[in-house]
Write a protein that binds this ligand. Structure first.
Ligand code: SF4
Length: 177
């Protein structure tokens, strides 16, 4: 069944957080390689993206977190993104999110596999300041609003093909951001 679905998806563009592919774009210059992701999705057209770099931030860069809300609040102008010393990164995070969306639209991608825990890419990141103590990162929030299906993936965790099939509506239950 999964082979059939992946065959039908041949060449389908899917955005993937670049650090999950081994690109050293993390804030500390390291990566979050997910070793079996590329082989599991060999038939789809993987498009690496890093919204923090797309927003113009250097690598390495200071780690940042969201204050006064989550990524959705940042998009609405209420939340901010700051580093440990309070320096503002809000503009770069917003720019990176919109550049990533532009990339998705340009290449016709309606699915994205994103790195967990990131204040940009995470679907439920702990780097938020709200009642729940977690929420979407800035890019994940924008993608969710714009109808891009999201699957969260952690560093070094085996890639869940079932989760991907669920995202496509081909599994036992569909997942939403
Ligand atoms: S989690 Fe997202 S923003 Fe952070 S390094 Fe990976 S791709 Fe870039």
């Amino acid at each position: 069944m999964s082979d059939e679905v992946l065959l039908r998806m041949k060449g389908t563009p899917v955005l993937v957080s670049a650090c999950l592919l081994g690109v050293r774009c993390r804030y500390d210059g390291r990566h979050n390689l997910c070793p079996d992701l590329t082989s599991a999705l060999a038939s789809v057209h993987i498009i690496p993206f890093c919204p923090e770099q797309l927003g113009g931030l250097p690598t390495p860069r200071p780690p940042a977190s969201i204050i006064h809300g989550d990524g959705s609040d940042v998009l609405d102008g209420a939340g901010q993104v700051v580093d440990a010393e309070g320096r503002a990164f809000t503009g770069a995070f917003r720019k990176g999110a919109y550049e990533a969306l532009r990339l998705a639209r340009m290449l016709g991608a309606s699915l994205a596999i994103v790195k967990d825990r990131s204040p940009s890419c995470g679907i439920i990141t702990p780097y938020c300041e709200n009642e729940k103590g977690s929420g979407p990162g800035v890019t994940a929030a924008l993608f969710g609003r714009e109808g891009i299906g999201l699957l969260e993936q952690g560093r070094g965790i085996p890639f869940s093909l079932d989760g991907f099939l669920n995202l496509l509506g081909e599994g036992p239950s569909r997942s939403h951001p």
